[in-house]
Design a protein. Structure first.
Length: 254
């Protein structure tokens, strides 16, 4: 956590906003100094626990102390053997414990830190999707997917692995929220990255366009136009995938 006061609560104005009915609007504050961290209950309805004990007033925290606020458990970690790194916690689903770096907005995060943070957020989103909490998963993943599309449009195409994972999330969001915008995103990211959708994604699209009554639209049309423009350079297996996409075109145009 950054040096200074770090407020946790249900209010969106808090540094860490928790979507938890057991959490008060301004529940607790972490006082982060250069040599120690203290937590203080701000008069919350359900209190603050440190290592299983409810606190009153200020409580100085130590390495690996567990702080429970509502149904959320936060773990304080002091990293050994490396340069000091700001750390903190993100909103979680009930019952999950997470610790991860807080990215300094003034610094350029290294790729390992970004990947670690994305991995944690993906695990939270996976849990939300598994529980059918699609709006919650959408809040967690929306900014990330939008940023990925912006990067692709700026010429920074995602890796195959990252694109595959993001496409899978977008398709799950489309299925759960019934929003056509997430299918649009799938076509936009592949168009911006100059990539052909894989066979599994196309198969899922054939099902989803019918189930959510996808209307097609400019993003799908743009993607298909650009694919046809380079059809001569496609391999036989890629041309077969293009034909599968044209089948979707016929469905949404019917």
């Amino acid at each position: 956590m950054p040096t200074g006061d770090f407020v946790v609560g249900r209010s969106s104005s808090c540094h860490l906003a928790l979507d938890d009915a057991l959490v008060s609007r301004r529940h607790a504050v972490f006082h982060v100094g250069s040599s120690d961290v203290k937590v203080e209950d701000l008069g919350s309805r359900n209190g603050v626990q440190v290592n299983g004990e409810t606190i009153s007033g200020l409580k100085t925290l130590s390495h690996l102390d567990r702080v429970v606020i509502g149904a959320q458990e936060l773990l304080l970690v002091q990293v050994q053997g490396e340069e000091p790194r700001d750390r903190g916690s993100r909103p979680t689903l009930a019952g999950m414990t997470l610790d991860l770096p807080v990215l300094n907005p003034q610094a350029t995060p290294d790729e390992q830190t970004v990947n670690r943070t994305e991995s944690v957020l993906d695990r939270i989103a996976d849990k939300a999707l598994a529980l059918g909490r699609f709006e919650e998963a959408e809040r967690m993943l929306g900014k990330k997917l939008t940023a990925m599309l912006d990067e692709a449009r700026a010429g920074k195409a995602p890796s195959d692995q990252r694109l595959f994972a993001a496409t899978s999330y977008a398709l799950k969001l489309a299925e759960g929220t019934k929003k056509s915008a997430w299918l649009d995103w799938v076509f936009q990211i592949h168009d911006a990255s100059n990539r052909l959708l894989d066979a599994d994604a196309i198969g899922r699209l054939h099902d989803l366009v019918r189930r959510i009554r996808y209307p097609g639209g400019k993003h799908f049309k743009s993607y298909m136009t650009n694919l046809r423009g380079r059809a001569d350079s496609l391999t036989p297996s890629q041309r077969f995938l293009l034909q599968r996409l044209e089948g979707i075109e016929r469905v949404v145009g019917a």
